[in-house]
Ligand binder design. Structure first.
Ligand code: CA
Length: 236
C-alpha cells in the first residue's frame, strides 16, 4: 500500500512516516502543495497511490485547493489532517471530496484505523465478500477488529479503550519485540516523550484479563513481546 503524505511540519511528517512504515505502508512524503500536485500526476500512473494524507495548513497552496485538484484527477481516498480549530475547513474538505479527516494531535492507531476504513470503503470489489470474521490468536483468544470486541474462551472480555488498543498493537505482530517508545507512540500519542509507567499498568491489566491465552514478556530496558500461548495451556 502506497501513501502520499502531504505535510509541511517535518517532525509530524517523520513521526507519521515511521508509524506508517511500521504498519507496512510505503510512504512518499512531500512538504508542499505544489509537490503534492506534481506527485498527483502519478495518481493514475503505473504505481498509483492507495491513499493520500493531506495536511490542510500548507505553506504554498491552500490545502483545500490541493484536495479539490486531487479529487478532480482521481478517486484516490483522501484523509485530511487538520488542526483542532479548523472545523470549517474539515467540513469544506469533506464537501470537496475528502473521505475522512483526523484532527491534530492524533495517535498513530487512529490514523491507521482511518486509513483502513477508507481503504475498505474504496474497494467495492470486496463488497460482495462476506465480512472477515474475528482474528483468532491461539485456541482461546479472538479479536474482532471490526466490532472492537475481544473474546476469551468464547466469553467477552471487558477491556478499557487503551487496553484494547494496546492488545491490538501487540497482536499485530505476535512474537515481535516492541520498544516502549514504539508502543507509547502507537497507542497513546504520536509524540510521547514522557514517563511510560502507565504502559506497565496496562500491560499488567492485560496479563490479568488474558491469563493463559497470551504471555506479555517484559524485556528489560527495551519493551515488551507478546506471545500467543498454544493449546498446551488449555485447561483440562
Ligand atoms: Ca501544516
Amino acid at each position: 500500500m502506497r501513501v502520499l503524505l502531504v505535510e509541511d511540519d517535518e517532525p509530524v511528517a517523520q513521526s507519521l512516516r515511521r508509524g506508517l512504515l511500521r504498519y507496512g505502508f510505503t510512504v512518499e512524503w512531500v512538504p508542499t502543495g505544489r509537490e503534492a500536485l506534481t506527485a498527483a500526476a502519478e495518481l493514475d500512473g503505473a504505481e498509483p497511490y492507495d491513499v493520500v494524507l493531506l495536511d490542510l495548513g500548507l505553506p504554498d497552496v491552500e490545502g483545500l485547493d490541493v484536495c479539490r485538484a486531487l479529487r478532480e484527477r482521481s478517486a484516490v481516498p483522501i484523509i485530511v489532517i487538520s488542526a483542532r480549530s479548523d472545523e470549517a475547513d474539515r467540513v469544506v474538505g469533506l464537501e470537496l471530496g475528502a473521505d475522512d479527516y483526523v484532527t491534530k494531535p492524533f495517535g498513530m492507531r487512529e490514523v491507521i484505523a482511518r486509513i483502513r476504513a477508507v481503504l475498505r470503503r474504496a474497494q467495492p470489489a470486496n463488497a460482495g465478500r462476506a465480512p472477515s470474521g474475528p482474528d483468532r490468536y491461539g485456541p482461546r483468544l479472538t479479536i474482532d477488529r471490526r466490532a472492537g470486541r475481544v473474546h476469551l474462551d468464547g466469553s467477552p472480555v471487558a477491556l478499557t479503550p487503551k487496553e484494547y488498543d494496546l492488545l491490538g498493537f501487540l497482536t499485530e505482530e505476535p512474537g515481535a519485540l516492541m520498544s516502549r517508545e514504539q508502543i507509547m507512540e502507537a497507542v497513546w500519542d504520536a509524540h510521547w516523550f514522557g514517563p511510560t509507567k502507565t504502559l506497565d499498568v496496562h500491560v499488567a491489566a492485560l496479563r490479568r484479563k488474558l491469563a493463559g491465552a497470551v504471555a506479555i514478556e517484559a524485556v528489560r530496558g527495551v519493551g515488551f513481546r507478546l506471545e500467543i500461548l498454544d493449546a498446551g495451556a488449555l485447561p483440562a
